[in-house]
Write a protein that binds this ligand. Structure first.
Ligand code: IMP
Ligand code: MG
Length: 183
C-alpha cells in the first residue's frame, strides 16, 4: 500500500469547499442551526473546520460508527459512543467524512430517527455514489469522487494518515485493487 504522490484534493481545495458547505447549511436552516452529529473518528477534522464557519449557535455531539477493516467494509455497522445530548424535537445534521456503501450513514439515520428528532439530514465531505449498497442520498456533499480508497483529512487506513491536511488515494501493490474487495 502506498499513497499517491499528488493529493486527490489539496488542503486549499478542501478548505474552500468546507466554507461553501457551511454557507449551504446556513441557507438550508434559516430558523436556526441544526445539532451537528459528528461521526467518529473520521469526521472530526471535517466537523472542526465546518463548525468554525458556522455561527455561535452551532452545537455538536458525537457518535461512533465502525464497519471497516483495512480497506474493505465488513458490511456490519456497530454504533457506539452514543450522543449525550437529546435529539428529540431537534433538527439534526449528521456529519460524515465519506459515504461509501452508505451502510454507516443509513445505520446512524435509523438510530437518529428513533430518537424522534424534528428532522435529520446528512452532510458528507466525500461521496462515492458508485459504491452504494443501500439507498442513501447525502443532503449536502462536498466532493463526489470515483471509486478510490482515500486517506487523509480524518480518513484512515488502519488508523494511519488521519492527520494529513490533504486527501490522497491509497494505491495497492500489484494484483489487488483497493476499496473494491467483496463485502
Ligand atoms: P460506508 O458505511 O460503506 O458508507 O462507509 C462509511 C465509513 O467507512 C466512512 O465514514 C469511513 O470511516 C469509512 N470509509 C469508507 N470509504 C473510505 C475510504 O475511501 N477511506 C477511508 N475510510 C473510508
Ligand atoms: Mg473509518
Amino acid at each position: 500500500m502506498h499513497m499517491s504522490n499528488e493529493p486527490l484534493l489539496d488542503a486549499v481545495k478542501i478548505q474552500r469547499r468546507v466554507a461553501e458547505l457551511a454557507t449551504e447549511i446556513r441557507e438550508a436552516y434559516p430558523d436556526g442551526l441544526p445539532l451537528c452529529l459528528c461521526v467518529l473518528k473520521g469526521s472530526v477534522f471535517f466537523a472542526a473546520d465546518l463548525l468554525r464557519h458556522l455561527d455561535d449557535g452551532a452545537e455538536v455531539d458525537f457518535i461512533r460508527a465502525q464497519s471497516y477493516a483495512g480497506t474493505s467494509s465488513t458490511g456490519q455497522v456497530t454504533l457506539s459512543h452514543l450522543p449525550g445530548m437529546q435529539l428529540a424535537g431537534r433538527a439534526v445534521l449528521i456529519l460524515e467524512d465519506i459515504v461509501d456503501t452508505g451502510r454507516s450513514a443509513a445505520a446512524i439515520l435509523e438510530w437518529a430517527w428513533a430518537q424522534e428528532p424534528a428532522s435529520v439530514q446528512v452532510c458528507t465531505l466525500l461521496d462515492k455514489p458508485s459504491r452504494r449498497a443501500v439507498e442513501l442520498r447525502a443532503d449536502f456533499a462536498g466532493f463526489v469522487i470515483p471509486d478510490h480508497f482515500v486517506v487523509g483529512y480524518g480518513m484512515d487506513y488502519d488508523e494511519r494518515y488521519r492527520n494529513l491536511p490533504a486527501i490522497y488515494v491509497l494505491e495497492s501493490g500489484e494484483g489487488s485493487k483497493s476499496g473494491t474487495e467483496p463485502e
